[in-house]
Every structure is written in C-alpha cells, then in structure tokens.
Design a protein around this ligand. Structure first.
Ligand code: FE2
Length: 286
C-alpha cells in the first residue's frame, strides 16, 4: 500500500491495495489513520462487488440509511445511488451544490462518507472539499476564544447561502428533522483535533441573537471555503473517495444531466456514524 499526497492543500491518494480481498486489521487501521490525518483519501483502482463495498463500508462505523428511500439500492440499502440520468426530477438535481457536512441536521451526524465510482463522465463532476480543521487553525486567537465552547444550532438547509450555493429548503423535511445542536468547534472523536462544524445546516448559536448568530455562521463558512483550504477531486471509475465529516465541508460542482456515453456518472455513496470498531475514542477531557 502506497500513500502519497493529493494535489492541493490536503488529502492523500492510496494505491497498491485490493479491497476485493479481505485485508488485515493492521492494513485497515492504516487506512483509518490515513483518513484521520489527511482528511480525505482516494483509494484507486478498485473493482468491487456491492457486497465487497458494503463490507468495506462497515469497517468505518454504522452505515446510515438515507432519508430518501428512492435513492437506496434494493439489496444493499446502505448504498445510496448518485446519478446524472436525464430522467432525474428537477428537485433532485444538483442537490449537493452547497457546502455541507453530511446529515448534520441529525442528532448523531455522519462521521465518514465514501463514494465509489462506477461510471465517470469525461468532463466535469468534481467534488470540492474544504478543510474546517485547517480553517480553524488559521483563525486568530480572539475568534477562537469567541467560538470555543459555543453550541451551533442546525436544521436541514438552515445555513445562510454563500454566493453560488443552492441550498435545498423543503419546509416539510426541515420540520420533520427539527432543530439539533452540535459544538461549533468540534473535537474529532478519535484524534481530538479541533475543527469547525458548520455544514449547510447551522443557522445560529445558543446564546446569540438571531442576526448575530447568522452573521457569525456566514463569516465562518466564508472563511472555511477560501481557496487555500480547498482541494478539488474528481472521482474516477474504480475510486473509493472518502472524507472525514468532522474535518471537512464538501460541495458538488454542477453536472450535465445526460444519458449519453461519456457524460454519464454513477456513484455509490455510503455514510457511516460512530467510530470505527478498530479505533478507540479520543479522551476529550484532556
Ligand atoms: Fe453530501
């Protein structure tokens, strides 16, 4: 297994491993540690059955069942289908074209998300990833002192939109999920490293007036998504691309919806909650 730096400010590429055959706990621990260190990983050159991929997904935690049943794969409901098929209804198009951390509108959000590339268009379809850990580190001491200890308030689609964002807002869904709270500065559950936790769902913070909270969230999301904190990656066929939701925001770039050869994209997402069974949780009291 060879791990090398990905072009951009952070991230790593993994080659020389075949996940269609069982791997030792030491190799899996190495992959998990690499994700926690580099925040995103692209494991290249895989040819996996659905069962292989789901078994690999379970190594990272408890796979979540996506809230839209129509996007799940029948036999393996852990797998969420992402496609640019021409028949995709308008309301589902470009649904991830805003900066977010997955399922942050739930009380227990996703820790890790992975995409498996089954089909890739010749052009376009990149994913943008912003490091909220590097962005936190770059804040001045006054801002760190202000936000350390604040509790962020989240609801589905609740964040003020940055320029160019399309934040899906469906009142019935938002109402169903309600309001949840998460630390604004999240300690990583395994490494303890601090990172901003904002997603596209944070709309304020406990103890702040509504306008002040919204302005703070807007400023922090603007800060995190500056180019020096952003890596751009296109998932190729045979890639497993993973990100650590406690250290990064992600955003999809627009894609053409088409069934033409060379334009089709088919990805399978798995998101997990909790800590990998092979890891101990951080001593966050330290
Ligand atoms: Fe997402």
């Amino acid at each position: 297994m060879i791990i090398s730096a990905m072009p951009g400010p952070f991230g790593a590429i993994v080659e020389g491993i075949d996940l269609s055959v069982p791997q030792s706990d030491d190799i899996l621990r190495g992959l998990i540690a690499a994700l926690h260190e580099h925040q995103i990983l692209a494991i290249r050159g895989q040819r996996l059955t659905d069962a292989d991929y789901v078994a690999f997904g379970h190594q990272w935690g408890r796979p979540l069942m996506f809230h839209l049943q129509s996007h799940r794969k029948d036999e393996f409901p852990e797998m969420i289908r992402i496609t640019n098929a021409a028949a995709t209804p308008e309301r589902y198009r470009d649904g991830a074209k805003f900066w977010h951390q997955d399922s942050s509108y739930e009380a227990v959000p996703a820790s890790v998300t992975m995409l498996y590339g089954a089909e890739t268009p010749d052009e376009g379809g990149e994913t943008l990833i912003a490091s909220t850990a590097l962005a936190y580190d770059a804040l001045d001491d006054a801002m760190k002192a202000k936000i350390d200890g604040l509790v962020g308030l989240h609801c589905l689609g609740g964040s003020p939109a940055l320029p160019g964002e399309k934040i899906p807002f469906i009142p019935e869904n938002t109402a169903r999920h309600g309001i949840v709270s998460h630390p604004l500065v999240m300690r990583h559950p395994v490494t303890g490293r601090k990172a901003l936790y904002l997603s596209g769902s944070a709309f304020g913070a406990e103890g702040l007036e509504i306008d002040e909270g919204r302005a703070l969230i807007n400023a922090l999301r603007t800060h995190c998504t500056q180019p020096q904190f952003v890596t751009r990656y296109k998932v190729e066929t045979g890639d497993i691309f993973l990100w650590d939701n406690f250290q990064v925001l992600h955003s999809a770039t627009p894609i053409e919806y088409s069934d033409e050869p060379g334009k089709r994209r088919l990805l399978f997402r798995i998101s997990t909650k909790g800590v990998p069974a092979l890891c101990d949780t951080a001593d966050l009291a330290a």
